[in-house]
Design a protein around this ligand. Structure first.
Ligand code: FAD
Length: 419
């Protein structure tokens, strides 16, 4: 089984040393900014870039350090632990994945114009996908005009939209196929309006309207299969989105234990009441199991074993971790008494902020349906002979059949399930 204790400790030290002060400073103003619906200030967002945060998981062509998925997930977990602003890691992740996709295109002009400035914190970026419709009914369209295109439509919710200089957006073309293209907030015809979400109010979220925006042909990032492009983006986000909230759930658990150890009722410390100990124990189980599941999925991605569009383990990890994180917040609310409701501005804010985890990057409902459909599709399908041989040898070493004995694969799928 994967033991990453040392790696996790090294990442925790790295985050504390490189970004600890900056994360604390961003968190210090979060309550006022949450009330005023303001994102982190521009100088602090720029500082995340100049200190190498966005660059850390990006490839060298963007000036990045090429951290693998497990390391990046651990960094996000630590950001969540140290920074009280739940929106910061979501904004950063969207920026990072947009820069990553620009790098993947291999286009030197786009890497120079967008990926490197994003990595350095000189360019904000947001993903403009959602538009209150399913992917086959999008009304945002890209029409050919001369050598270029014209973009028209509306995207309803963009995390970091108010501080984005560029949007990665997904319109349908004249044939009804989805494309992926880059639009700048200063392109003529682009209007950004602040959104008013119930949570993540410090995310600087916005809607974006495209009124016949002229786009040069070079801004099309994926002309053939924008739907797969978007699904790959969402699949990455599915995993990142839960890592920082896991760190915050750990911080909430630590804070609960510290506060309740100093609270006395009827002559006893509340932390030592049996029902409270049991609650803290269940919260501990939730945090630890969510972490195991997320690390398992992150390792799968880091090793290149995850399906790029819908990976069942990645999806199960998001689903499970989100349920555990919300459970920790509910339990904290239970054990903290009135303090959780009126004594701290933070717990209620996290409950609002993390309610959205159930929707983002595949709603919990849709993940359940898709995971179940996968189970049904796999049922009864025997593993392939070649796959079985490879798996067997990975576990047991090379197979020997000196007497020509039959080593064929048992028909496990059908037989075991029919018992
Ligand atoms: C915190 C947060 C940040 C976000 N950031 C961004 C962003 O930066 N950019 C962006 O583009 N969007 C963003 N979103 C929007 C998000 O991607 C969508 O809200 C989400 O994908 C759900 O889509 P929808 O709102 O259209 O819900 P709907 O599709 O209308 O869902 C409504 C209900 O129908 C169910 N449902 C829908 N389709 C199916 C199906 N096929 N099978 C079973 N059930 C189904 C859902 O589970 C849900 O219960 C963000 C959302 C949140 C909460």
């Amino acid at each position: 089984m994967l033991d990453v204790t040392d790696r996790r400790a090294a990442v925790a030290n790295l985050v504390q040393a490189r970004w600890g002060d900056l994360l604390a400073e961003i968190g210090r103003t979060v309550v006022e900014r949450d009330d005023a619906r303001l994102p982190p200030p521009p100088d602090l967002m720029a500082a995340t870039g100049s200190t190498g945060l966005q660059a850390f998981p990006l490839p060298p062509e963007a000036g990045g350090e090429d951290a693998d998925a497990l390391t990046w997930g651990m960094i996000l977990e630590q950001i969540g632990y140290h920074c009280a602003d739940s929106a910061l890691p979501v904004i950063i992740n969207h920026q990072v994945d947009i820069a990553r996709f620009v790098c993947e295109s291999g286009r030197a002009d786009l890497i120079e114009t967008y990926a490197i400035p994003i990595a350095q914190g000189r360019c904000g970026a947001g993903i403009a996908y959602t538009e209150n419709a399913d992917a086959f009914s999008f009304r945002t369209v890209l029409r050919r005009k001369g050598d270029g295109y014209v973009l028209a439509g509306y995207k309803s919710y963009v995390t970091g939209g108010q501080i984005s200089d560029v949007f990665l957006t997904y319109p349908l073309d004249e044939a009804g196929d989805m494309q992926a293209c880059l639009v700048q907030s200063d392109d003529p015809g682009v209007t950004v309006r602040p959104a008013e979400p119930m949570g993540m109010r410090t995310a600087g979220a916005a809607s974006v309207t495209f009124d016949d925006v002229p786009l040069p042909a070079g801004r099309v990032l994926e002309a053939n299969d924008g739907l797969t492009h978007a699904q790959r983006f969402l699949s990455n986000q599915r995993l990142w989105i839960a890592c920082a909230p896991l760190g915050r759930a750990q911080a909430v658990l630590d804070d609960c234990a510290a506060r309740l150890a100093g609270t006395v009722r009827y002559g006893e410390r509340v932390a030592e009441l049996k029902n409270v100990e049991a609650s803290l124990g269940r919260m501990f189980v939730a945090v630890e199991t969510a972490r195991v599941m997320l690390y398992h999925a992150l390792s799968r991605v880091a090793d290149g074993r995850a399906e790029p569009i819908f990976d069942p383990v990645v999806s199960a990890a998001k689903y499970f971790a989100v349920e555990q994180i919300r459970f920790v917040l509910e339990r904290a609310f239970g054990v903290l008494g009135g303090y959780g409701f009126y004594g701290t501005p933070h717990l209620g804010r996290y409950m609002r902020d993390f309610a959205g985890l159930a929707l983002v990057a595949g709603t919990q409902d849709i993940l359940e349906v898709n995971l179940g459909a996968g189970v049904v599709a796999r049922a009864g399908r025997p593993p392939s002979r070649a796959g079985f041989e490879e798996d067997y040898e990975r576990m047991m070493g090379p197979r020997h059949s000196p007497h020509g004995a039959d080593t064929s694969t048992p028909q496990m799928g059908v037989d075991l399930l029919n018992r």
